[in-house]
Design a protein around this ligand. Structure first.
Ligand code: NG6
Ligand code: CA
Length: 508
């Protein structure tokens, strides 16, 4: 990439000063549970998302881009380490008191950019564990965390909005914690006297459909138990605003140096509690309202970059950690008010699934100075952000790091239309896309349907598991309706061998 850029410089195809062309600011806006059909630039007609659409109008919108996994923790693990999460134990959906999953000796996307002179920040949802196997000292210094793996600054929610502790962590301490009211967290048993959703459903302002019946914080039952820390509790209505303000402050403070922000929004994960400015405004329940809120967040970030005069040389990647789900455990009006909104667009499946909706997510690259507006059908995966961003900033990756990440920078910035040879999809097992084919290996034992979470109109989650092999021709059947495995045994064999070889070997 460095050579590639220098060639362009020599040809005089762009003129930039000093380091800036090779050290654009990088902002990864990593949304939570945002589906392929949730935003208007991907065909959604019901919920307007003008700021996100503007990124797409001015940038490169990918139609075959995938998160590493169909749930949050593994997806984030893949993006930050460049290693497929299914290669490593302990990368599944983490409880709020999980130890740090990415340990300090690891090389991460953040540490590589940091080494390249970037000021790096993790702002938003973390969900990759904190502390060691001995536990985490919530009332003291919380380590290891993002700052031990390459982030200069962090302002995070330790796990998810629906998991305790419901507090922000800034660098290594809980924000606004009163030492006289220490916080304690447990997942295996109740701790303290705060009421739980199971014992006191009458205290809930948002009821559950499944799970989420442990400690009640702000009238919402969470996963896990906590006590203490009353002055530190977040306010659900202002999570988006708080995180956005932190990102804006970081941009302003670092406008004169290259910076990297891993900006992991809480929107649009459950519990969905929009700010009063957006509550009830979408006509599609809480899920629609927080999509409006997310769009506003994107507008605020892009406006700040413009005001600071650094928008043109900022590489913005807008994407999601996994596909959509309508009922993920709370009665928030999203199901009843789904109307004609299709969170997954025309794709089959949802979050948790290896059908396309599980990992095929919105993915927009905007970098005015380098990326021409357009649409790319190239197959890309978030697993490659590590090697690609390292390449864009001219940083080599140590041999042992990012074993599954391939430099796709030319494709990501639209200089090439060639995508990956294959994409691995991970959601209750593995699937593979190669060329126009989608292959799902047979699975005798895996559950076909998940009992509780639901897509619109109460459609249960289809994991993608079937006892027989599945093959779909995505070029004519993007909705994965016609299994043509029986008619194409040679393709099934080829793709099965490819998948098995990727599982066995580390590609590099
Ligand atoms: C599930 C939760 C769901 C959500 C998910 C993680 C229950 C019943 N369901 O276990 O609500 O939190 O985990 O979502 O607790 S993710 O986007 O962070 O992966
Ligand atoms: Ca998620």
């Amino acid at each position: 990439m460095k050579n590639f850029l220098s060639t362009f410089c020599l040809l005089g195809l762009f003129v930039v000063s000093g380091w800036s062309a090779e050290h654009p600011n990088i902002v990864v806006i990593f949304c939570d549970d945002l589906g392929y059909g949730d935003v208007s630039c991907y065909g959604g007609k019901e919920i307007p998302t003008p700021h996100i659409d503007s990124l797409a109008t001015n940038g490169l919108r990918f139609t075959n881009a995938h998160s590493t996994s169909a749930t949050c923790t593994p997806s984030r693990y893949g993006l930050l380490t460049g290693e497929y999460p299914w290669r490593r134990q302990g990368t599944g959906i983490a409880p709020g008191n999980a130890k740090a999953i990415i340990t300090p000796e690891r090389v991460t996307l953040a540490s590589v950019l940091q080494k390249s002179g970037y000021k790096t920040a993790a702002i938003g949802k973390w969900h990759l564990g904190l502390g060691t196997a001995e536990g985490v000292n919530w009332n003291g210094s919380i380590k290891p965390g993002p700052r031990e793996i390459g982030f200069d600054y962090c302002f995070i929610m330790p796990a998810t909005g629906d998991r305790v502790p419901c507090v922000y962590v800034e660098n290594d301490h809980i924000v606004n914690l009163d030492p006289n009211d220490p916080i304690e967290v447990k997942y295996n048993e109740k701790i303290g006297n705060l009421p739980t959703g199971r014992e006191h459903p009458e205290l809930l302002k948002m009821h559950t459909t499944h799970g989420h019946d442990n400690t009640i914080i702000n009238g919402i039952g969470r996963i896990g138990f906590m006590t203490g820390g009353q002055s530190a509790l977040w306010n659900d209505e202002t999570i988006a605003e708080t995180l956005t303000d932190k990102a804006i402050a970081f941009i302003k403070e670092n406008k004169n140096v290259p910076f990297f922000i891993y900006f992991a929004t809480h929107d649009i994960h459950a519990p969905r509690v929009a700010h009063p400015k957006f509550a009830g405004k979408s006509g599609h329940g809480a899920r629609g309202d927080v999509i409006l809120q997310l769009d506003d967040t994107v507008g605020k970030i892009t406006d700040t970059l413009k005001e600071q005069g650094i928008f043109d040389n900022t590489l913005i990647i807008f994407t999601s950690d996994n596909g959509p789900i309508v009922d993920d455990g709370y009665k928030d009006g999203s199901m009843e008010n789904i109307g004609n909104h299709q969170p997954a667009g025309h794709l089959r499946g949802s979050k948790y699934s290896k059908f396309e909706a599980g990992t095929r997510v919105p993915f927009i690259v905007q970098w005015s100075q380098q990326v021409k507006a357009g649409v790319s059908e190239a197959a890309v995966s978030q697993i490659d952000l590590f090697a690609s961003l390292a390449s864009i900033v001219g940083q080599t990756i140590p041999e042992e790091a990012a074993p599954d990440s391939i430099d796709s920078s030319a494709t990501l910035i639209g200089k090439s239309v060639v995508g990956r040879d294959f994409v691995i999809e991970h959601g209750n097992g593995l699937a593979l896309i190669s060329r126009n084919w989608k292959y799902i290996p047979p699975n005798e034992k895996g559950s076909r349907i998940l009992a509780a979470p639901k897509m619109g109109n109460n459609v249960p989650v289809e994991t993608g598991n079937l006892p027989e092999p599945q093959l779909y021709d995505l070029s004519v059947d993007i909705s994965e309706q016609k299994n043509i495995a029986p008619e194409k045994p040679e393709i099934v064999k080829e793709l099965n061998e490819l998948l098995e070889s990727v599982k066995k070997s580390v590609k590099k």
